[in-house]
Design a protein around this ligand. Structure first.
Ligand code: PLP
Length: 391
């Protein structure tokens, strides 16, 4: 339980578990049974896994056999980009190019860098505009330059830092006629916008439990049945032989319950969060008139408010807010204790200083109007102190 005075505005990092997920998970914590075993306990565990798979499939618009359970979004992303790359390249050695946006999560970007360094992949990171939206003309040109050499395209559904939604439908429409598989990281999109795997035309899609009120350490890669994917983790041959390892039955049950609820409540949840988020932006701008909202003002995640505060270090501002019980994020990585400017903001054309002056407030199912009020009351004084410290 968090301190009751905590104003938690970091749902894009992780969300509190919902009651249904806690109940679904705890119902199985004391049960013994390896879902691969043939005896009755194993069969019971298998039944829970298969029912959970059906729940996830139903919620996300795919067939149960298209759900591969993983340890979360990072593993799903790695399995997608490495697994698709290996299978495509092994089928045709000319297919070595991978197209992605410059604003992908590090789970994708670093997997791509690894493929470049160790597996001869040629990775092309495509530009985005100043709102963080993929330049579709650049994608079209990259595909048409030599479609037969492209192993895959990967474009995230929604950005984890600035919340910008990507034109996934257009990406699929560009790649599909050339038979190029498309993967999308929908970790942040799930529960916030409608996500239907079959309707999307995607070949693979990553999701994770802990961003939608489920447990940490469990997620899924949805992979179209017809698509070949080379395994990343070898062993007992679980999950269509692409992801070996004894299945975590309670976590999978909790994940399925969280996904089902998140999808059921998506429309209502998004409307409530968007209204709260707009109020938050309004109160912040009233208190700090030169604060700048980053990302796409229209096509963004309902719970995301990513703002730059000129003249501040985002990290100092974050700590000043934290001292008042308000928890948010800079959204970017910290390397060896030195705050790095976000690759997302740099790709959107911001300077390093602008990038370092940013904070991400991300609202979720526990957010209330009182949280927004608390930010409104604290932000001006915190910005003033952060500016004085930075001057
Ligand atoms: C867009 C995106 N992809 C992938 C991940 C990684 O997911 P997980 O924490 O489940 O490994 C995150 C989490 O921060 C994310 O925001």
């Amino acid at each position: 339980m968090n301190d009751s005075r905590t104003v938690y505005l970091d749902h894009a990092a992780t969300t509190p578990m919902t009651d249904v997920a806690v109940e679904a998970m705890t119902a199985h914590l004391r049960e013994v049974g390896n879902a691969s075993s043939l005896h009755a306990s194993g069969r019971r565990a298998r039944r829970v896994v298969e029912e959970s798979r059906e729940t996830v499939a139903q919620a996300l618009g795919c067939r149960p056999g298209e759900v591969v359970f993983t340890s979360g979004g990072t593993e799903a992303d790695n399995l997608a980009v490495k697994g698709l790359y290996w299978s495509r390249r092994d089928a045709d050695p000319r297919r070595t190019r991978i197209l992605a946006t410059a604003v992908e999560h590090h789970a994708v970007l670093d997997a791509l860098a690894w493929l470049e360094e160790h597996e001869g992949a040629e990775v092309e990171l495509l530009p985005v505009d100043d709102a963080g939206r993929l330049d579709l003309d650049a994608l079209r040109a990259a595909v048409e330059r030599d479609p037969a050499s492209v192993a895959l395209v990967t474009v995230m559904w929604a950005n984890n830092e600035v919340g910008t939604l990507q034109p996934v439908d257009d990406v699929v429409a560009l790649a599909r006629p050339h038979g190029i598989p498309v993967h999308s990281d929908a970790v942040q999109a799930l529960g916030a916008v409608p996500v239907d795997f079959a309707a999307s035309g995607l070949d693979a899609l990553s999701v994770t439990g802990h961003k939608v009120g489920g447990p940490v350490g469990v997620g899924a890669l949805l992979v179209r049945r017809e698509v070949d994917l080379t395994a990343l983790v070898h062993g007992g041959g679980q999950e269509r032989d692409v992801r070996s390892g004894t299945l975590d039955v309670p976590a999978i049950a909790g994940f399925a319950a969280a996904v089902e609820l998140a999808v059921k409540q998506q429309t209502e949840h998004a409307a409530r969060l968007a209204a709260l988020r707009d109020d938050l932006v309004t109160v912040v701008r009233r208190a700090v008139p030169d604060a700048v909202l980053n990302g796409d003002p229209g096509g963004r995640l309902p719970g995301n408010a990513h703002l730059s505060f000129p003249g501040c270090e985002g990290d100092s501002l974050l700590m000043l807010l934290d001292a008042r019980g308000i928890e948010c994020s800079t959204g970017s990585a910290c390397s060896a204790g030195v705050p790095q400017p976000s690759h997302v903001l740099l790709a959107m054309g911001r300077t390093s200083d602008e990038a370092r002056s940013s904070l991400r407030f991300s609202l979720g199912h526990t957010s209330t109007a009182a949280d927004v009020e608390a930010v409104g009351e604290a932000i001006a004084a915190c910005v003033e102190r952060a500016r004085a410290a930075h001057a």
